[in-house]
Design a protein around this ligand. Structure first.
Ligand code: ATP
Ligand code: MG
Length: 204
């Protein structure tokens, strides 16, 4: 008897703050790949952001919960927050496989900019054996997507999938700058996140 595997999307990020670009991308991948759920995983200590100041994880976690709450397929995990040291995706996926068992296929959802960095990720070949990568198009970052797939040869063609998603020119960096300069962030973050940022005085 064949067992139907479940499919889980993993949306990792700094989410400083989470915005509509993250949400639209995750939902597009969920629908296209028929995912049972998408787990948003805020990074405690992102390896590629060691040289910049990141908002305390608790705030980023709370905003991620608020932003995803209304979608019945979206969940948030604190798996990287409870682990000290740098947050490597390979460790996170290994732990999730331990938790959900071998009857689950994992799909890491990333923007085209993040996928370009993939060759530098910790134990990347091991990681590509553990999960698929869905590279969602992002304005200004799509031209070298195929180069990354080629870089990994057969493993790349098998495991990295390009998906055209609605391209929203939104970034957390821009949102932080807008708040700092007193500009509106309405409609580029969920209303609950906007309220939280203003109330807690983040990014001023
Ligand atoms: P920052 O400007 O601080 O780097 P960001 O907007 O890039 O923030 P991250 O938390 O760094 O957000 O990104 C988490 C993941 O979401 C990454 O895989 C990134 O490529 C993807 N992502 C972020 N914004 C978008 C967007 N507008 N469209 C598609 N993917 C996105
Ligand atoms: Mg980023």
């Amino acid at each position: 008897m064949s067992v139907v595997k479940s499919k889980i999307g993993i949306m990792g990020g700094t989410f400083d703050p989470i915005h509509i670009g993250h949400l639209v991308t995750a939902e597009a991948v969920r629908i296209e790949y028929l995912l049972d759920k998408v787990i948003f995983i805020p990074a405690a200590n992102p390896p590629h952001k060691q040289d910049q100041q990141v908002t305390p994880a608790m705030h980023r976690y709370i905003m991620t919960v608020m932003a995803t709450n209304s979608n019945p397929y979206f969940f948030v995990s604190d798996i990287e927050l409870e682990r000290p040291g740098l947050s490597y995706t390979v460790d996170t996926v290994t732990r999730l496989i331990g938790r959900f068992g071998a009857q689950t296929d994992f799909y890491c959802i990333t923007g085209a900019d993040a996928i370009q960095e993939l060759p530098t990720w910790e134990k990347v070949h091991e990681l590509l054996e553990l999960c698929h990568f869905i590279a969602a198009t992002r304005p200004g970052c799509n031209s070298t997507l195929d180069d990354v797939i080629t870089h990994f040869g057969l493993q790349g063609r098998k495991r990295i999938h390009r998906l055209a998603t609605p391209e929203l020119e939104i970034s957390s960096t821009d949102i932080r700058d807008r708040v700092k300069n007193g500009l509106s962030i309405k409609y580029i973050v969920p209303e609950s996140v906007e309220t939280y940022i203003l109330k807690e005085g983040l990014y001023r």
